[in-house]
Every structure is written in C-alpha cells, then in structure tokens.
Design a protein around this ligand. Structure first.
Ligand SMILES: Nc1ncnc2c1ncn2[C@@H]1O[C@H](COP(=O)(O)OP(=O)(O)O)[C@@H](O)[C@H]1O
Ligand SMILES: [Mg+2]
Length: 467
C-alpha cells in the first residue's frame, strides 16, 4: 500500500515537479497539493494523507503551522523541506517532531522517509533497496523521532524519562557578563550533589572554541581537549568510510557529512578526552590549546560530540559558550534542556538579551527552557528585576535569578578556587546554589568535596534510550 503524501508549498512549479517525479513511485502517492494555508486545512481533512511535506508558505511560520496541523491531526507525520540557509533551524524542527530534509528535494528521500512510517493495519514492507542507506542514516541523524502511527510521542513521557540527565547551556550574547564564572560554579555545585543517594556525574564543556578559559579558571591543564577528540573522530570516520568500501579522500563533502551522521558513537570513550578536577572529580572537556586547531573543528564534529555526550552516563552536562552565534553556540542551545541566559543589569546587556529572546521566540524556541540570570547585581540598581522582567515580557510565573556583585568572585577567579568550595557566607555562592537547585533538583544533603573518585552510576536502559 502506498503512503499518501500531501504537499504544502506556495511554489507551484516545484510542487508540480515533485508530483511529476513521484508519479511512478511504488511507495508514494501524492494525494494533494496545497498552495496556501486554507487549502492545506481542507486537504488535510478531505484527502486523508499519511504524511505532509511542508515547504514554505509566505507570511506563515512553518513551526507554528506544523504545531497547529499536528494538534488537529496528531497521527500524521510531517517533513519540513529547508533551503540551505534555513538548515540552521534543523535541530529546532527536530525538537518539534518534524523530519527535516534539504532542498532541492530528491524524490528518493521522501520515499525513504515514507517507508519508515507505518500506518495502522499496514504490514511492514521491504524498503526500496537503493534507499536503505538513507533510511538508516535518517534514523541516526534524527534521534528525536517524529510521532509514528503506532507510537505517538506524548508530551508527558519525554520529560519524565529525561529528567535524570540534563544538558545545561550557559549563554549570554555579551562578553564579560559572568558566563564562565557561573558555568564553573554550577559545574562544581553539581559535582558535589547527590541524586537519590548517588553522587552526580558531571562534565563541563568549554565551547569557547577559540578563546576558552574554563580550564584556566580551575587551574587545570589544557590537554587532552576537544581537539584531541576531534582528531580521533576523524580517524574513526576514515576507517568507517573505508569499511563501507569507499575511499575517504575521494568522496564529496555531502557524503562525508552523511557518513559522519551514521558513525557509531562511543560514549564509553569520553573519559579519554577529559581532565578531572582533583578536588571534586568534575570532568572538564576543555577547548583547544591552539587557536588554529579551533578552526579545524566543523559542525559535524560538534554534532557528534554533543550526541555522544547525550548518550553518556553523565547526569549533568554543563556547556560554557562564547557570546556569539557560531555553530558551536547554536548547537549548544538546541541540544540543551536548560539554557541559563546570563546578563548584567546594564542597558546594553539587557537590550542584547531582549533581542535574543525576540529572535528565539520568532524561531519558536521553547521558552520554558530559558532561565534568565542577572549577574553582578549591586545593592542599588537603576532597574529592578521586576522592570527587567516586564521589559523581557516574561511569563508571570517565570523567576529571574540574580547573583550579587561580590568581591569574593574576583579573588576566586584569580586563585582558581571556586566560591562553591569556600567556607563561610559568600552571597554569590548562595545565589548560585539557588540557581543550581532550580535547574536540577538534587538531594538536600550536600556531599563534601573530598577528592575521592565518585562511584560510577550504573547506566539504566532508559538512560541509554532516552538520554
Ligand atoms: N558576581 C560577580 N561579582 C563580581 N565579579 C564578577 C561576578 N561575576 C563575574 N565577575 C567578574 O567578571 C569577569 C568576567 O567574567 P566571565 O565569567 O569571564 O565572563 P564571560 O564568560 O561572560 O565572558 C570575571 O573575571 C570576574 O572578575
Ligand atoms: Mg567566558
């Protein structure tokens, strides 16, 4: 039985072309074309498609449109076709449960995806032989699977399953606001906590690829580092490609990317690339030592590293970022369960955050993931937190976290001793503890840092499946 495809796109010519290309398909029957939103609604109802290809419709947000369609037709599968300049939104679309394919659309790609969707009552068929690799690759590269006919992913299941692992990205669109300081303190805080009686396994990752200072702020060596892992990934990719009977030096960059996405991951190898903080056992994946090495880090490396971290048995993955919108930062934002958006209570920093929030809202980034943190609050500020909240148009239930300006911070940066490891009342330390507890609820009793290796937590099946 063929899968029924509805094509929604206002580009009449490309719709016609695709329909013509699929006319003899054994796997797909184009059951309708819609050039506008009204028409799409009507045809979703009347033509009963199995899957919907969403190209662009002028004046509409594809993410919003897709959410509305999915609400009304929860059993359908949706594919977003993106042009190369839209592909940066791919992780975001994936999070919404859409499949993503790049334009120009190859009919074979749609056929391959269609074969993965099994309508109720339909017996599994053998996929078209020539597309088997594509299917395998799609499974690999799109881990948040869109809802299938038999097992729709429900909103309530996923957060419950993933609760035990958190990827937290500390970001702020301005330099010098305290991202690295807060990342360091949060990482140390978590590494001293327990969850259900077991010490948390924590890794801090320095995604300031060219000018990272995370290791320095803990007096840690810079080798091994992210680039050590990148080199190993390329070696693994070479042998993987050779194992597939291809010459890695003569394949196109597209093929290279495809192989990269299909490369088997080795989360058990991560420890080879980290340095351990002696006092707490915190693992740190530091940025490269030489700025030239950072230029060799590509988006597929970062993708593989983030995917591997997600599959590892770390409970908390904490990423410190640069104040930019490079690929490393964008990927760190889209992979995160929580984003700590750091700013200072000064006009330009507030304005930068406001602009970024606007951008993320336009892209329908799930705002509940973002925690705003105002760092270096003085006793008397020009703007109150309530004024800042109103300016950001935050939901009334949303708290703005604040960290006071504290003389102890500068000292602790200079000595490489986190405030979190110091005794006595330090206001900045208490504020970070509050933030940490909100990000990842832990047992109340705190583990004292004693420099001993923490017991390894057994990785449960669910963590591997959903982590
Ligand atoms: N709460 C604070 N109180 C006092 N000084 C702070 C505080 N947070 C950060 N700083 C100072 O700001 C400097 C820059 O912080 P850093 O974390 O490197 O910023 P970013 O990573 O955003 O560029 C630090 O070296 C520290 O001296
Ligand atoms: Mg920094």
């Amino acid at each position: 039985m063929k899968r029924r495809l509805l094509i929604v796109d206002d580009d009449r010519d490309s719709v016609r072309l695709l329909t013509a290309q699929l006319i003899n398909s054994r796997w797909i029957e184009v059951c309708g074309e819609a050039l506008g939103v009204e028409e799409a609604w009507a045809k979703l109802q009347e033509n009963q498609p199995h899957l919907v290809l969403l190209g662009g419709i002028k004046g509409t947000e594809r993410g919003v449109l897709c959410q509305q369609f999915r609400l009304a037709f929860p059993h359908l599968s949706f594919i977003a076709a993106c042009s190369s300049n839209e592909l940066m939104w791919e992780p975001f679309f994936r999070n919404l449960g859409l499949w993503v394919i790049a334009k120009p659309i190859e009919p074979g790609q749609i056929e391959a995806l269609a074969m993965m969707i099994q309508p109720p009552g339909m017996v599994a068929e053998a996929a078209p032989q020539q597309h088997q690799y594509v299917i395998q690759e799609q499974t690999k590269s799109y881990p948040s699977q869109p809802p299938s006919f038999s097992e729709p992913i429900t909103g309530s299941l996923v957060p419950e399953m993933t609760r035990s692992k958190q990827l937290i990205t500390v970001y702020g669109p301005k330099g010098g606001v305290g991202k690295t300081f807060i990342s360091r303190e949060l990482a140390i805080f978590f590494s001293m906590q327990k969850n259900e009686g077991v010490s948390l396994r924590v890794i801090a990752v320095d995604f300031n690829l060219d000018l990272g200072t995370f290791a320095t702020t803990l007096n840690l060596p810079r080798t091994p580092n992210l680039f050590t892992w990148v080199k190993d990934l390329d070696t693994q990719l070479h042998s993987y490609i050779q194992g597939q009977g291809k010459d890695p030096y003569s394949i196109s960059s597209e093929e290279w990317q495809e192989y990269a996405q299909a490369l088997p991951l080795s989360p058990q190898q991560i420890e080879k690339y980290v340095v351990a903080h002696p006092d707490t056992g915190l693992h740190v994946l530091t940025s490269p030592r030489d700025i030239r090495q950072s230029f060799e880090i590509r988006d597929y490396h970062l993708y593989l590293i983030l995917e591997t971290l997600k599959q590892s048995n770390y409970d908390v993955i904490l990423i410190d970022t640069a104040p930019d919108t490079t690929d490393a930062t964008i990927q760190a934002l889209f992979f995160a369960e929580h984003v700590v958006m750091v700013g200072n209570p000064v006009v330009d920093s507030i304005e930068n955050i406001q602009r970024l929030l606007k951008l993320l809202r336009e892209a329908e980034y799930p705002e509940e993931r973002i925690q705003i943190c105002m760092n270096r609050l003085q006793r008397k500020e020009m703007f109150s937190l309530d004024e800042i909240r109103a300016y950001f148009q935050l939901h009334p239930s949303k708290k703005i976290f604040s960290i006071p300006d504290d003389v102890e911070v500068k000292k602790s940066i200079n000595t490489g001793t986190p405030v979190m490891l110091q005794s006595g009342r330090i206001p900045a330390k208490e504020a970070i503890e509050t933030l940490g507890k909100a990000l990842f609820p832990v047992d109340e009793e705190q583990v004292k840092a004693d420099g001993r290796e923490k017991p390894k937590e057994k990785t449960s099946l669910f963590k591997w499946l959903w982590g």
